[in-house]
Design a protein. Structure first.
Length: 422
């Protein structure tokens, strides 16, 4: 087979991709989502270096693709740059697992995305610009909360999971979203046509192929991905006999990074990390799955607007109006729809989570609804809840979040107040 034609030099005209034959030519490899054999399934090719190879809508790197475009426009990046994948192979091999072969369980990530260098070596050698959408590496993480846990003897150095300098050893996995549109539509119980139209219209017409190219079923959305932190042997995640402690955590920059005390995000995250370390030291394995869904996927600007509205409303910030203020600003209480979240757990081969460090019923229902068994649910200890975050926590418990304590009444909820803005 002849290698694909090289990318043309920078052209003086714009090539539209909104109709068959304009953006994807005969050089494109077929994509058969869910096929057991990766060669039959085919690689995901979202390159902009050679448009004749493309077999998806969108481009790699999610939202960072816009930064790449800016770098090209500014002249800092050569148009058509090809990634040199030498020595980039995963530090740990994941799968394949039976879940990879079930198209219904893997609709938002590419199960072969970490192994393109080996699985699609022949196509790479032929000149196809195939890029990984998953990367696996090793790291040490340092957290002051872990040092505190050592000081209070809740944890102990073991030289394997927790080292003398109080750092924890982890396997890190970065995952970019890859959406198989028929499967995503089915997950949300809408037609593929409805999904495509909404994606097209609500992104301002950014991707016309969504409505004009029904032959392209895979979309690389311009959204953030996920990062996995594994404590212990990553292969143990697929063994239901090995105790798995896990938390699925949605991004909260203000709390996770800067320690803002209006919510419980960082305390719950660091508590989960401590539990993961303890579990791994006892012969189990721990997992933190961290998703970029800032401000309940409403964004940080909306989140801060809601903060102001909550604290300026008549009567001040109160738990009984916690969700109402969000809905008034955003039109919805939460857009972190968890329907796609379990995909990465299936990629890891997980069949049972023995200890789920989460109070969210949406996450619990999505995980168990996808066929993964959950044993114990671990709430955040009361001592870790910041004073100003009592509003959030009591409102969530009253709304049905998992708790081992009492559910506040409407009267009690109205009495839970946060501090003002000043």
């Amino acid at each position: 087979m002849e290698s694909p034609s090289p990318a043309s030099p920078t052209a003086g005209h714009i090539r539209l991709t909104s109709h068959p034959g304009q953006g994807t030519a005969t050089g494109a490899l077929a994509l058969n989502w869910g096929a057991a054999d990766p060669q039959v399934r085919g690689p995901v090719v979202g390159t902009t270096a050679n448009r004749s190879q493309r077999n998806v809508i969108g481009t790699h790197s999610g939202s960072y693709g816009v930064y790449r475009a800016l770098a090209v426009a500014a002249g800092n990046l050569v148009r058509g740059h090809r990634a040199d994948l030498t020595n980039t192979a995963p530090t740990d091999i994941v799968g394949p697992y039976p879940q990879w072969l079930d198209a219904r369980k893997m609709v938002s990530i590419d199960p072969w995305g970490a192994s393109v260098q080996s699985v699609f070596a022949e196509q790479l050698a032929m000149g196809y610009d195939i890029r990984p959408t998953i990367a696996v590496t090793k790291a040490h993480i340092h957290l002051p909360e872990i040092k505190q846990a050592l000081a209070f003897q809740r944890l102990a150095v073991d030289g394997r999971v927790l080292l003398e300098d109080a750092s924890a050893t982890v396997t890190k996995v970065a995952v970019e979203p890859v959406w198989w549109l028929p499967g995503v539509a089915a997950r949300f119980k809408v037609s593929e046509a409805e999904l495509r139209r909404a994606l097209f219209e609500e992104t301002g017409g950014m991707y016309p192929e969504l409505v004009t190219r029904s032959d392209l079923e895979v979309f690389l959305p311009p959204i953030g991905g996920q990062t996995l932190y594994v404590f212990g042997d990553i292969r143990d995640l697929a063994d239901p006999k090995v105790t798995l402690t896990a938390r699925v955590h949605d991004e909260c920059n203000g709390s996770d990074v800067f320690g803002s005390d209006i919510c419980t995000c960082r305390p719950y995250l660091t508590h989960a990390i401590e539990e993961c370390i303890r579990g791994a030291q006892a012969g189990g394995v721990g997992l933190i799955a961290y998703s970029r869904k800032e401000g309940r996927a409403l964004g940080e600007v909306t989140k801060f607007l809601v903060y102001n509205a909550r604290k300026r409303q008549l009567g001040g910030d109160s738990a009984d109006k916690y969700f109402l203020r969000t809905e008034c600003v955003a039109g919805v209480q939460d857009m972190r729809f968890q329907e796609l979240m379990p995909d990465v757990l299936h990629w890891l081969g997980i069949r049972k989570i023995h200890r789920l460090v989460s109070m969210s019923n949406d996450k619990y229902d999505a995980i168990t609804g996808s066929g993964i068994e959950v044993g114990e649910r671990v709430p955040i200890p009361d001592a870790l809840i910041p004073a100003d975050a009592k509003v959030e926590m009591e409102a969530k418990i009253a709304a049905g979040y998992f708790t081992e304590g009492l559910v506040p009444t409407d009267v009690e909820l109205a009495l839970v107040k946060g501090r003002g803005l000043e």
